[in-house]
Design a protein around this ligand. Structure first.
Ligand code: FES
Ligand code: FE2
Length: 382
């Protein structure tokens, strides 16, 4: 079995972009690679798992990450809390699906109860006086690192990670003018895709395919209007400036957020947050994609559209339908990519430095995680 934590496995990725390669086909098709990736990427660093709006106070969501079930909720002060989904009595799964939680989490088996800070507060009929060396304090829920960034809830199974702000470098500052906390989710959708999650984010990171895969989008987001939007941080960013109205005004009908800078007010920011979140920020809405690997060559894409102002149902439908058209085209081409890599005896390819440099950055971030290097990549020098 190939050991992907060894630097030799990534030698061609470590070359300059002009001399580098794509990921090898095993990265999309090989169960051994997939298992190692699960540990190195999803088991050891921050991953986006839900939208902040999905977890108001009083609600709990259950997410699986690297084969581990996590429950996420908020305490009375509204701060996020995450725990392994297992009771400290005899291990039972505490929460089966998203729902209301109130202020106490009760195990379905023998009703041990935990408060929102994960403390064990009740053990009905347990007669703990008869149990030796037993303290409630020792049997709280085991917590998991959790935080929010760009309206996404992130968790890390490994507690030894930089905080989210450092993980993403200058991105917080770069997006500060949007005040994204004012945006609320207005619509969601989810798709199962017969393609590896990396193909979806790679596809998002390059506009090389724009004219051929998305003739409609190319009118709103012209190839020549794309620029890099890249500072230091674990993300790959690009901008479309200016964003134009398109034939039917799909992207410009909604009201802009107030107080935007001149640049933010005329741009679309396309940011792939490492590893599994894609975010497009426009002056009047955002579209967030959370990628969930389901297995080798399969993933689930969870999409949320958010706006700063309450949109009319008609405007929202028009916007979402336009995105759905573009997204269907992306899914179809990614599935073709998966099939070709899987069944066409693909041997690995080359990248266009002009159009595909973000993929090179992404591959290097992957390599860093596999090799255990805690490195925040540099930004553009200008
Ligand atoms: S396993 Fe949870 S209370 Fe017994
Ligand atoms: Fe696309």
């Amino acid at each position: 079995m190939k050991d992907w934590s060894r630097p030799e496995a990534w030698a061609s990725i470590r070359e300059d972009v002009a001399n580098s390669t794509t990921l090898p086909p095993e990265a999309y098709t090989d169960p051994d690679y997939h298992a190692q990736e699960r540990g190195a990427i999803f088991g050891k660093g921050w991953c986006g798992v839900a939208m902040v709006d999905e977890v108001p106070v009083g609600r709990v969501v259950v997410r699986e990450i690297a084969g581990t079930s996590i429950i996420i909720t908020r305490n009375d002060q509204g701060e996020l809390r995450a725990y392994f989904n297992s009771c400290s009595h005899r291990g039972t799964e505490l929460v089966e699906q998203d729902g209301e939680i109130g202020t106490v989490l009760r195990c379905p088996y023998h009703r041990w109860a935990f408060d929102l800070e994960g403390r064990l507060i009740a053990t009905p009929l347990f007669e703990k006086d008869l149990v030796e060396n037993f303290e409630l304090d020792d049997f709280g829920l085991r917590s998991v690192c959790v935080g929010e960034f760009v309206n996404v809830v992130w968790v890390s199974l490994n507690s030894d990670v930089p905080d989210l702000t450092s993980w993403f470098g200058d991105l917080e500052e770069r997006l500060a003018g949007y005040a994204l906390e004012r945006y609320a989710v207005r619509k969601t959708a989810a798709y199962t895709v017969e393609a590896d999650w990396k193909l979806l984010t790679e596809n998002f990171q390059e506009y090389y395919h724009l004219a051929w895969v998305h003739p409609e989008l190319a009118k709103v987001s012209r190839v020549d209007d794309h620029y890099r939007f890249q500072g230091p941080g674990r993300y790959c960013g690009q901008t479309t400036t200016p964003v134009s109205a398109g034939e039917n005004g799909e992207w410009t009908t909604l009201l802009n957020a107030t107080g935007l800078s001149a640049s933010d007010a005329e741009s679309g920011r396309h940011i792939a947050l490492f590893p599994n979140v894609m975010l497009t920020v426009l002056p009047n809405h955002t579209c967030t994609f959370l990628l969930e690997p389901l297995g080798v060559g399969r993933s689930r894409e969870h999409i949320s559209w958010s706006t700063p102002h309450d949109p009319s149902p008609l405007d929202l439908d028009r916007l979402v339908n336009f995105w759905a058209l573009v997204n269907d085209q992306d899914i179809e081409i990614c599935q073709k990519a998966q099939r070709g890599i899987d069944r066409g005896r693909f041997r690995g390819g080359r990248l266009s430095p002009r159009y595909e440099a973000p993929l090179h950055r992404f591959y290097n971030m992957l390599a860093d995680r596999f090799e255990g290097l805690d490195r925040c990549p540099d930004g553009d020098s200008n």
